[in-house]
Structures are given as structure tokens and as C-alpha cells.
Write a protein that binds this ligand. Sequence first.
Ligand SMILES: [Zn+2]
Length: 447
Amino acid sequence: MKTKNKYKLVCGLEIHVELKTASKMFCGCKNDPFGAKKPNIYTCPVCLGLPGALPVPNKKAIEWIIRLGLALKCPINTFSKFDRKHYFYPDLAKGYQISQYDIPFCGPTTLKTTEGIIRINRIHLEEDTGKLLHQTVDGEQASLVDFNRSGVPLIEIVSEADIKSSKQAVEYAKKLRRIIRFLGIADCDMEKGGMRLEANISLKKDNDVSLPNYKVEVKNINSFRYMQKAIEYEIQRQKKILSKGKQPIQETRGFNPQTGKTFSQRQKEGAKDYRYFPDPDLSPIFFTKEQIEEIARDVPELPSDIKKRWIKKYGIRDKCVDRLVKNSEQVKWLEKLFSLAAKKQINPNKLVKAILNKKINCDLTTSVNKALSLFVTQNSKKQLDIRLLEKIVNDVMLLYPAQVEAFRAGKTTLINFFVGQVAKKVGKGVDIQQIRQFFEKKLLKKK
Ligand SMILES: [Zn+2]
């Protein structure tokens, strides 16, 4: 057996997403850490973790995580609570993070990828930490803390270790990002840290049925490409260790985009080290069936379902249409456009192509009627006067006798060159097909 096939990837993802609520998770401070002009301006005793300050949960954030849960077809826990997760780090003012331990808002579900189904274990709500800045102050290296991000609502989506390739990891994460954006609950701006990826990576032998007894966590990856690279690198690194008969150390690693390598950060804490317990400052949260149903009414049809429906209803090719679906308003607009086009017997695929090529504007300020009539005008292209066309074609043929010879000798791809020359002379908006046909006739006739 080839060494190449000896080990299989076992990978799960933890994805953190900052919700874009107006205020933070447990206080009234503005939730805009990236827009803040100065450090530590959106802070109060609660998000600074001062003793005695009492947290109050953000209703919107809870509604939004449930909206996501419902969109992903998670069972929703009608009884839920917040727990304290203890660890010490300078960006965590209280010495614990308010998170959810055993009863998250959203229970298990699955997400389809082209390489198979990924099980999602849970989706829970927590608060983000502050941000450490390492700078030189008065000539000395210093670490500064900015608490503008402290207490920003954060959702965590935890998958099972069902991911079998780095490509599948990317597909899964991208699919989630798309859904989250579509629901309008987060921007998922990865560069700013609004969506952060964490991959748990280990390898097992091809014929092993049980999961490996170690895992390596690569934390805080802020791009899909980096995640793919980090996973690929870890596969190679762990393979080397395993093939020597050893076991990779259970640890947390970072990814360096410059070198394309992961590096050791610290040995992993186990769950018991966090000393989870229910936060006594926050009462448990109960939902009635009616409340959940009310949130469910705000869950829009998801892009994948819209795509399926449009293929069936309007005969649209899937790949193209996928790129147009950005939010619910856009969907409504396109829906009107497609249904009007169907009534007028306009080819929907050509229409989609025109939108994708930005030939017609599909922003919501344009009326559907206007967009469609523009499309119709664009597609009834200017037919050139035959005499004018003949003259231009003759000119081009005189200018490029060698190419004419070559064409007649069989290099038929030169037709594009000729058409291009003519199009250059007559300008935009002409029917390329007309020029092409004319040219072909002319070139072949004189043979
Ligand atoms: Zn605050």
C-alpha cells in the first residue's frame, strides 16, 4: 500500500461569528469594535468586568441565534442557560467568559457538502473577549488591551469530526457564512475577525474504526485559504510523526501565513480545566412554542432552496443564479424579474448572464420593468448596414493578407481576430454574430 493512502484526515471545525446587534451581549455598550475611533471607548463596568456589575442578556442576540438554528433545522432548546467558562488571559477582564456549556440554544443538525454530510453538534451563544495589541511604547515592548470588542455577542458553531478533506472544510465554512450573511445577523468579515475558524485536526489509519486519541487545534484562522493550507500542512506534519510510530502532541497551534506552516502555541486545556458552572448573575431562559414560532416567521427561504425552486420554476441554470442571491430583498426583486421574463418569453439564462456580467443593473433602486426593457434593447443588437460592413471587412482583409492566407489554409481560429478588428472599427453594441457570419462567408467564398 502506498504511504499516501495510509492515513485519513479526521477534522472538525469550530466557527466563531460576531453578531451585528446594535449593542453588546450583556450591556448597552455599542457593538462596533472595528468602527471605534479609539481603544476602550465602548466600555462600561459590565464589559470591563468590574466587580459587582450585572450582565443583562441581549434579546436580539438570542433571537438571532435561534433564527440561525431554525434556518439550519436545529432543534431549539426551550430551556437554556448561560455558564461561566474560567480561564485566565489578559483580554478576558472577568477571569471567565460567559458562554453556554451543556444546554446551548441550538441542538444538533447537519449540513450537506459535495463530499458528504457534516454533522453540526451545537450552536451556542457567548461573549467575545477584548483584543491584545502588542506595541512599542516609549521604546519598550508592551501589550495593551482594547476592550471595545469585550462582550460582543459571539456565536459558536461546532461540527463533529466529519470533515474528510481541506476542500470540504472550506466548502462547509463558506456555506455557513453564506447562510449567516443571508439571514442578516452578521457580516462575517474575516479580515476584521468577524468570523474566525478553528480546525481540530488529526489523522487515523485507513482501516481504523475509532477516532484518534489526540487532536491538534489550529486556532484563529481568518481566511478560508489559510484554513485549507493549515489543514494540508498538518496532514503532512502529523503523517511524518505517525509514520515514525509516534503520536502527535495534543496541543493548540497557530498558522503563519508567511511560511504556510502551523506552529505550537500551548498544550490544550481539557473541559474540566475551565470549571464551568451556571452563571448565577443570569437566570435561565425559557421560551414558549409561540415565541419560537414568531422567530421562525422571520427565517427566510435559504439560498440553496431558492436555487432549487428557480431551476424548477424558471429553468435557470444553477451555478449562475447562486451568485445573485445575496439577501431577501434581492431575492424578491429577482423573483419579480424572472416571473415577468417568463411571461414575456425571455430566455432566463441569458437574463441571468446579463446580470452577472453587469449589463443590467439588479440593484433594488432599479425597477424590474426598467431592467427588463434594458435587457430587451441590449439584445436587439444593432444590425450593420450590409454595404458598410462589406467595406470594413474588405479593408480588414487588405490590411492583413497573411492572416487571410492562413485562415484559408485552415487556421480557422483566426476568425476571432478578424471579428475583433471589425468590432474595433464599428464600436460597441453591434451584433458580433452578424459580423462573424458575414466574414466566414466572405473568406470562404474567395477560396
Ligand atoms: Zn459595556
